[in-house]
Design a protein around this ligand. Structure first.
Ligand SMILES: O=C(O)c1ccc(O)c(O)c1
Ligand SMILES: [Mg+2]
Length: 616
């Protein structure tokens, strides 16, 4: 599939945008005229640069508001258009976008639109220019793709066709299925955009909140199937108006965008595979998606390994050994393996720096990550050590693919592996339940796509949690069977400014146990410091749930939090924060499937209180 991206998606100058798109691997770009107007490069220089970079100049957006106007206005519009067609000849571009009129149309008459657009098409033909007509969702008279298609049929000129933009179709709730009935060769261009599910006016939603495919709530894989059925064989472009992307690092945003198109192609190819249908779009499937079966390990980077080790010992973990070569320790309890790493840890009190997942075929997982343009972080190894394919996530977390056999191999690199049996008779942690990662505000959407595509995780509905530092957006990603769950929390902007380093917003590893009450008691007996929970919380619990008095007293005594869903109950507690991380311990009873979301504001406020005192 040929890929393109609109310059309006990106930050920087036209030159920087072109370089970034080429470096990421796009086949071409759409030029918004504004980017050209403010550029010191002449049209000829832009053309030469695109040639040098092997970048197609696919679509030009120089004017709008053409049809449905008075005769005098029409003449002025044609004059304006002709100057732009001449400019396109200098740029070597032959496809121009025309949006349906949103502002200057005064006459609601399809026959008039058709006659005026036919004049434009004939003028364009003299310059070898083709026109792609796009219905904007807020177009004054033409605002659906079905209507724009009737107009295109009426104009009936070979150089006049359609531009389809998924945002304008899906934002209105229109059914994209009729796209399949449009002959592919009359679709001149396709723009894709995803968006979060919001209820706001469509124009503001479109101009500020669009997202790359896979980051929002639109069913773009199905949209692609309708497009395939039309026989469309042209370019698929990204046109994302997003306030964050427009101020983010241009090279990263370009990679994020291309990753989204690679992921989407693969999703659509998967849907198509069952139908036996041929695709003129040549959708490329990614190498085999791996279904993660468990967390392999979580890694804590710290300059003070003793303090992290102390917390793990209080939670009943056993020391499994020191790496034979590196300043790295392995601690384990059941299937929960925690690596304490003091390499490159200067100035890091404690932070969640990475994790591994077990998959059936780590090599295939690694190949998929590479195809998705993820940055590699090879696990440094010597001759007999286990190689694990690893990638750096946008939030700088290191993510590794392993398999149960690989796990046994790398565990052996720790000198005492297998020798130190866990203390018997104590209630124990038996695995990692989920990992919660803080996201700097500018990389939240990029991370959502990275983790869901590279690790093949599903997006759950997002939530918002109030905290004393601001509203925290939270997004859970998980495998279909919930064996691996990640919670991404966007750090409030105000907080980030105040502390300058996003990692001071704590991240955590949540550990699973079958008996949280006994575990909490033994941890307390070993001196564990818990996050204190205010008495108000327990009064509210008593009001919301009919809790047994004994249970309520136990929750209060041990600083345990409580939640319930249709399936079962959830009990959990938090350790005190160390540096930028803490541990959570959870007990899921009878298939409870959430994360204690109603308790998250209590946790954030309690951490704010206790961190404030420790900072002063
Ligand atoms: O918001 C707009 O005006 C606008 C312009 C061009 C497009 O292709 C589009 O989808 C929206
Ligand atoms: Mg568009």
């Amino acid at each position: 599939m040929r890929t393109s991206i609109a310059t309006v998606c990106l930050s920087g100058t036209l030159e920087e945008k072109m370089l970034a798109c080429s470096k990421a691997g796009f086949d071409g770009i759409e030029i918004f005229e504004q980017d050209l107007l403010v550029s010191p490069m002449s049209p000829e220089e832009v053309r030469a640069m695109a040639d040098r970079l092997g970048l197609g100049l696919d679509l030009f957006q120089p004017f709008r508001d053409f049809e449905g106007v008075t005769e005098a206005q029409l003449q002025a519009n044609l004059h304006r258009a002709e100057a732009k067609f001449q400019l396109m000849n200098r740029l070597g571009m032959d496809l121009v976008l025309l949006c349906s009129n949103v502002a200057t149309a005064t006459i609601d008459n399809d026959e008039l639109f058709i006659a005026q657009l036919r004049q434009l098409a004939e003028l364009a033909a003299g310059y070898g220019v083709r026109i792609a007509y796009e219905a904007l969702a807020w177009g004054k008279y033409v605002n659906t793709y079905q209507h724009s298609w009737r107009i295109v049929q009426g104009v009936d000129r070979p150089n006049f066709g359609l531009c389809l933009d998924s945002f304008h179709i899906l934002s209105r709730g229109d059914d994209p299925a009729q796209i399949a009935q449009i002959p592919g060769e009359k679709i001149f261009f396709v723009q894709l955009a995803d968006a979060p599910v919001l209820s706001m006016d469509i124009l503001s939603w479109s101009r500020h909140y669009r997202l790359f495919p896979g980051q929002g709530g639109f069913a773009l894989d199905e949209f692609m199937l309708h497009l395939v059925r039309s026989g469309y064989a042209g370019i698929v472009s990204l046109e994302i108006f997003n306030d964050v992307f427009r101020q983010s690092n241009v090279e990263r945003t370009a990679i994020d965008g291309l990753r989204s198109l690679k992921w989407l192609q693969s999703q659509a190819a998967g849907l198509l595979a069952g139908s036996g249908q041929h695709s003129a779009l040549e959708l490329e499937a990614l190498p085999g998606a791996q279904e993660a079966t468990a967390f392999d390990f979580a890694e804590i980077r710290t300059e003070d390994p003793e303090r992290v080790a102390g917390m793990l010992a209080q939670l009943g973990f056993a020391f499994k050994g020191q790496h034979r070569r590196k300043p790295v320790q392995l601690w384990a309890s059941g299937e929960a393996r925690i690596i304490i790493n003091s390499q490159r840890s200067r100035g890091v009190e404690a932070a969640v720096s990475g994790f591994g997942v077990q998959v059936p075929d780590p090599g295939a997982g690694g190949a998929r990550g590479t195809s998705l343009l993820a940055t590699k972080v090879p696990r440094q190894q010597t001759h007999h050590e286990q190689e694990l394919p690893g990638f750096l996530a946008p939030d700088e977390t290191e993510v590794f693919f392993s398999s149960p056999a690989n796990t046994r191999n790398w565990e052996r690199e720790f000198l005492d592996a297998g020798e130190a049996a866990p203390e018997t008779g104590n209630p124990a942690v038996d695995g990692i339940d989920h990992i919660n990662l803080a996201q700097p505000w500018q990389c939240f959407d990029e991370s959502v796509l990275f983790y869901s595509s590279v690790l093949n995780l599903e997006m759950m509905p997002g939530t918002e949690v109030p905290s004393p530092m601001g509203l925290v957006r939270s997004q859970v990603l998980r495998t279909a069977d919930s064996c691996v769950r990640l919670a991404l929390n966007i750090v409030p902007q105000g907080l980030e400014k105040a502390i300058e380093r996003h990692h001071e917003y704590p991240e955590h590893v949540a550990l699973r146990t079958g008996d949280i009450v006994q575990l909490a008691r033994s941890a307390r007996a070993r001196g564990m410091e818990f996050l204190p929970v205010p008495a108000n919380y327990y009064e509210d619990l008593a009001a919301r749930f009919e809790l047994d008095g004994q249970l309520l007293a136990t929750l209060k005594e041990l600083n345990l939090l409580y939640d319930r869903d249709e399936q079962g109950e959830f009990l959990h507690f938090y350790t005190k924060t160390l540096g930028n991380m803490f541990f959570e311990v959870v007990e899921r009873r009878a298939g409870y499937d959430g994360y204690g979301a109603p308790n998250a504001p209590v946790r954030l406020a309690a951490q704010f209180e206790s961190n404030r005192w420790s900072r002063n």
